[in-house]
Design a protein around this ligand. Structure first.
Ligand SMILES: [Zn+2]
Length: 88
């Protein structure tokens, strides 16, 4: 259910998109970073918190199940990334 105001900051919710970046267990017990881009969402105009419709949440669950099984399917492609460790 999409709230009328943001649960975090009471800001206004507007239609938009967001990216979801999660750490997922993938092939051969390796943990990989999975980025799902441009997800239709309802986004807080103040803090950026994103809310998903039930249908979009189901689609995300299906995609993440495929990733967990090591079969992201035709939608998966390599991600350009930069891994940074904070200095001591
Ligand atoms: Zn907010």
């Amino acid at each position: 259910m999409i709230p009328s105001t943001c649960h975090r900051c009471k800001g206004t919710i507007e239609p938009g998109t967001t990216d979801l970046i999660v750490r997922a267990r993938a092939i051969q017990d390796h943990y990989d970073i999975i980025a799902i881009r441009e997800i239709p969402a309802f986004v807080c105009s103040q803090c950026g918190e994103a809310y998903f419709s039930a249908e979009t949440s189901r689609t995300i669950d299906i995609v993440m199940d495929r990733v967990q099984q090591g079969t992201p399917g035709e939608c998966g492609r390599p991600l350009a990334a930069c891994e940074i460790t904070l200095p001591d």
